[in-house]
Design a protein around this ligand. Structure first.
Ligand code: SF4
Ligand code: SF4
Length: 383
């Protein structure tokens, strides 16, 4: 006889007041709380002084090359897909001063920048971005050469994931296996529910620190019905993703299509502006800039984000290794979806869709991968 089992109730439930207490509590414990808020016509990530600054009642309308805020009647706080920034803005900042030097009385004094980093609490980390943080952990701290800036900011960070119940038209985390349910790595996970039973959040802890914070919140017990409603909302989000990555071995696909004519097609559209790398939560490349004042007595070295779409990126003696747009776009895509596996053991893409939204000419990574897949599947002999 077969039996059906209902997953047991777990975690707890908090209301909007509990969410407000969470922000206050994290701040009281010394965290710089960063979360989504409405600014300049977008939902951005910024320091929050209270939960009132969350984007209650705002959603987003996403398409390739298109981002608009739209008001929501349900007053939800987290019913929006990825915005222009990701958490790498805080963990792997776009500009970091590495040292400065002063010349005084003929002596050169070099000072390293050793200001202690803030202790961040990130509120509203989407499952795809939770995976992106894990990817950057591997890249920036998982090898022989650890990045002290990233490590310093990451080691004390408290992560509050919010599962996705409202995917955007450019999201494809379900086909990348990175969402919409939260994977490991969070301290607390929330699932927002807004229905006839009210506005509330199913909350679970994923670490001792998370359990400690959860114990201090005003909670009520999570019934099996609440847990099931939340799980259903997340499962339904998986079915409503606007994009899908081809269901194939992407690493092999990239390695086997290096000569595909599609690279010329995409190169004819790509502006090589690098927006896709700037907004990508896993892109990590940097370069250094040295600056000095007019007297020559003060100099600084800055580390800044770099992009593989720049000609200078592959500059060696004699010129750039990748002079054409074709070679630069191909480098970006084959690294993201292919050689990242060889380097770091995972995909470099988590399916957040940002590169699609913020590409000024609406180039879509899923469409490019699908075109390459079609070409790889063509009958023998076709060009
Ligand atoms: S794919 Fe789009 S965002 Fe990326 S470099 Fe080309 S034009 Fe810019
Ligand atoms: S490649 Fe595009 S979809 Fe993938 S993680 Fe980067 S920005 Fe998101």
């Amino acid at each position: 006889m077969s039996t059906t089992t209902t997953p047991a109730a777990e975690g707890a439930v908090i209301g909007k007041d509990g969410l407000a207490t969470l922000v206050d509590l994290l701040r009281a414990r010394g965290f710089t709380v960063v979360g989504p808020t409405v600014r300049d016509g977008a939902i951005v990530l910024a320091e929050l002084e209270s939960a009132d600054q969350l984007p209650y009642g705002w959603g987003v309308e996403l398409e390739a090359g298109h981002y608009r805020l739209r008001e929501r009647e349900d007053g939800a706080a987290f019913a929006h897909a990825a915005g222009p920034q990701s958490w790498k803005t805080f963990l792997h900042p776009a500009r970091v001063r590495q040292w400065r030097a002063e010349r005084s009385d003929g002596q050169l004094v070099i000072e390293e920048d050793d200001t202690p980093p803030p202790r961040f609490a990130f509120l509203g980390v989407r499952p795809c971005d939770l995976r992106a943080i894990a990817v950057q952990d591997r890249v920036l701290t998982g090898g022989r050469h650890r990045d002290p800036v990233y490590q310093g900011r990451r080691s004390g960070a408290f992560l509050v994931a919010v599962e996705c119940t409202e995917p955007g038209a450019t999201c494809f985390c379900a086909s990348m296996g990175t969402g919409p349910a939260a994977g490991p790595g969070y301290d607390l996970a929330l699932t927002e529910l807004v229905d006839a039973d009210g506005h509330r959040f199913w909350i679970r802890s994923g670490s001792p620190e998370g359990a400690d914070i959860l114990a201090a919140l005003p909670t009520s017990a999570a019934s099996e019905a609440v847990c099931e409603t939340a799980r259903q909302a997340v499962a339904s989000a998986a079915d409503r993703m606007g994009r899908t990555m081809p269901d194939t071995d992407l690493r092999r696909l990239m390695a086997g299509t290096l000569d595909a004519p599609r690279w010329d097609d995409v190169a004819s559209r790509c502006l090589t502006c690098g927006n896709c790398t700037m907004v990508c939560p896993t892109c990590y490349c940097t370069t250094t800039e040295d600056v000095t004042d007019l007297t020559g007595d003060h100099a600084e070295r800055w580390r800044v984000w770099d992009v593989c779409f720049d000609l200078d990126f592959s500059q060696l003696h004699g010129g750039p290794v990748r002079p054409s747009a074709r070679s630069r776009y191909r480098q970006w895509l084959t690294h993201k979806l292919g050689t990242w596996y060889d380097q770091f053991g995972s995909s470099g893409c988590v399916g957040c869709g940002r590169c699609i939204v913020w590409c000024p000419v609406a180039i879509d990574i899923t469409e490019e991968a699908a075109a390459l897949h079609d070409w790889a599947d063509r009958p023998d002999g076709e060009p």
